[in-house]
Design a protein around this ligand. Structure first.
Ligand SMILES: Nc1ncnc2c1ncn2[C@@H]1O[C@H](COP(=O)(O)OP(=O)(O)OP(=O)(O)O)[C@@H](O)[C@H]1O
Length: 237
């Protein structure tokens, strides 16, 4: 699970500061998905960057499976991120020369936690299992150029799960996809969240998907508020 408490993040802005994240608290339990929407510049990406420990907040706490990231140094934070957090961004950012299964296998090299580093056969097995889970078992030997946009995003999602993360952080996963493929990727993220018991934080402009998530939030000027039933119905229309 991920527990965000009273997070605040500011950036310098001319002579003053801009408060990108303003006293945000949010808890996402294992196996559930929280959706966040809001206008451009409202602080969604900043919140995800803090939640995934890429940026330290000015104040507040990011607690991942009981570990308070805000007390850790840079190296410890990077280690926590690699071993406990899966990141999915809008562009898949796959390595052009690697096959789908290799994109997943290299993730194991990134974790320096010896206890979590698995042997080659176990890594290959997990990579194949995950490709199967995202419906790409038959495409394991293909390189990104041989895959469609939707398939590349599926590899991206599978890769994020490779190190068995407690938290899945997903930023606009469908913005490069058409409506049908968007719906499929959202279905997939919900299914994998339940199956792998991740606490999933999903930022999206597509308000019509929010009613399907376990909780829905709107960010405005750095502040996070729960969406009302009326707002959800209007967005789904
Ligand atoms: N590195 C930075 N330096 C200075 N200001 C920043 C930085 N990153 C974000 N900001 C500011 O923080 C505020 C929140 O930006 P952020 O990108 O988090 O919003 P967003 O809701 O994700 O927007 P979008 O939907 O367009 O991605 C904005 O005012 C933005 O200009």
């Amino acid at each position: 699970m991920i527990d965000l408490t009273h997070l605040t993040l500011t950036f310098p802005d001319g002579d003053g500061v801009v408060t990108a994240v303003d006293d945000v608290s949010l808890t996402v339990a294992a196996g559930t998905t929280a959706g966040i929407t809001g206008p451009s510049g409202s602080g969604k990406s900043s919140l995800l960057a803090v939640a995934s420990t890429l940026i330290a907040p000015d104040s507040g706490h990011v607690i991942i499976d009981g570990i308070d990231a805000t007390g850790l140094n840079l190296g410890e934070r990077a280690q926590l991120r690699r071993s406990r957090i899966g990141l999915v961004f809008q562009q898949a950012n796959l390595l052009p020369s690697l096959t789908a299964v290799e994109q997943l296998q290299v993730m194991n090299e990134l974790t320096t936690d010896r206890r979590r580093r698995a042997g080659r056969p176990a890594v290959a097995r997990r990579a194949m299992d995950l490709l199967d889970a995202v419906g790409l078992a038959d495409h394991a030997r293909k390189r990104p150029a041989q895959l469609s946009g939707g398939q590349r995003q599926r590899v991206n999602v599978a890769r994020a799960l490779m190190n068995d993360p407690a938290v899945l952080v997903v930023d606009e996963p469908t913005s490069a996809l058409d409506r049908e493929r968007s719906a499929q990727i959202v279905d997939l993220i919900l299914e994998l969240t339940a199956r792998f018991a991740t606490a999933t934080l999903l930022v999206t402009h597509e308000t019509r998907i929010l009613p399907r998530l376990d909780s829905a939030w709107r960010m405005v000027d750095g502040q996070l508020g729960a969406m009302t039933a009326d707002e959800l119905t209007a967005g789904a229309a």
